[in-house]
Ligand binder design. Structure first.
Ligand SMILES: [Mg+2]
Length: 223
């Protein structure tokens, strides 16, 4: 059966999310040190990532908790410096992986429907989609806010199929996470493609139907 829709995971499949996160955190630490934080840069970076691993990678109060952990109080001069620098970095460096925009554009031109199925919350997901300037290319966007469930739960995949009005076997799912993306999509009956270039997949062997090192390899698969 020919592929009529291509569905993408967002973070570390279309965006190099972890690289962005590292840059944001490093610049925030520099700014906090410039504002009077007395701490070694590496140690501060480690502390911030520890907070993310405790509270979730999208935790929004990370600088407040950092200040409480490190200084025993909320130091507004230091927190504000960190937050501003983090936000500035995020706005300037939120970019897609190479060939994302051209590949999505070409697929859309061929009449292939395009969708995103992400575990990010709706506002966070749309802020990223908007920054990547790919919103106009997408037919369907399913976030964790839409079903209350995260991959590999089948609900987000089902919701995407419903909104695309397609059968699973007409769809190809691309993601960097073996369990959430590949196993989830496989279970519902979609064709699968492992984004080996993504953060989670670099050195793992998958049992996806396809594996790619660059998103433009999708042309050969969809053809
Ligand atoms: Mg991902």
């Amino acid at each position: 059966m020919p592929i009529k829709a291509v569905l993408f995971d967002l973070d570390n499949t279309l965006i190099d999310f972890m690289k962005l996160k590292r840059m944001c955190v490093e610049n925030a630490v520099d700014a906090m040190i410039d504002s009077g934080l007395e701490m070694k840069k590496e140690e501060a970076i480690k502390t911030l990532f520890n907070i993310y691993s405790d509270q979730g990678i999208e935790y929004q109060e990370v600088f407040q908790e950092f200040s409480r952990r490190v200084l025993g109080r909320e130091d507004y001069r230091i927190m504000a410096a960190g937050i501003n620098s983090y936000r500035k970095t995020k706005i300037s460096y939120l970019k897609p992986y190479p060939h994302v925009v051209s590949t999505l554009t070409e697929l859309a031109k061929k009449g292939i429907k395009l969708a995103i199925v992400t575990d990010a919350e709706k506002m966070q997901a749309w802020l990223r989609i908007s920054a990547l300037e790919i919103g106009h290319l997408l037919d369907v966007v399913i976030t964790s806010s839409d079903t209350g469930k995260k991959k590999p739960n089948l609900e987000p995949f089902k919701k995407a199929l419903e909104e695309l009005d397609m059968k699973a076997e007409e769809c190809l799912f691309i993601g960097d996470h073996l369990e959430r993306d590949i196993e989830g999509a496989k279970k519902i009956g979609m064709k699968t493609c492992f984004a080996r270039y993504g953060y989670n997949g670099r050195s793992i062997k998958s049992n996806a139907d396809h594996e790619i090192d660059d998103i433009n390899e999708l042309f050969d698969i969809v053809r």
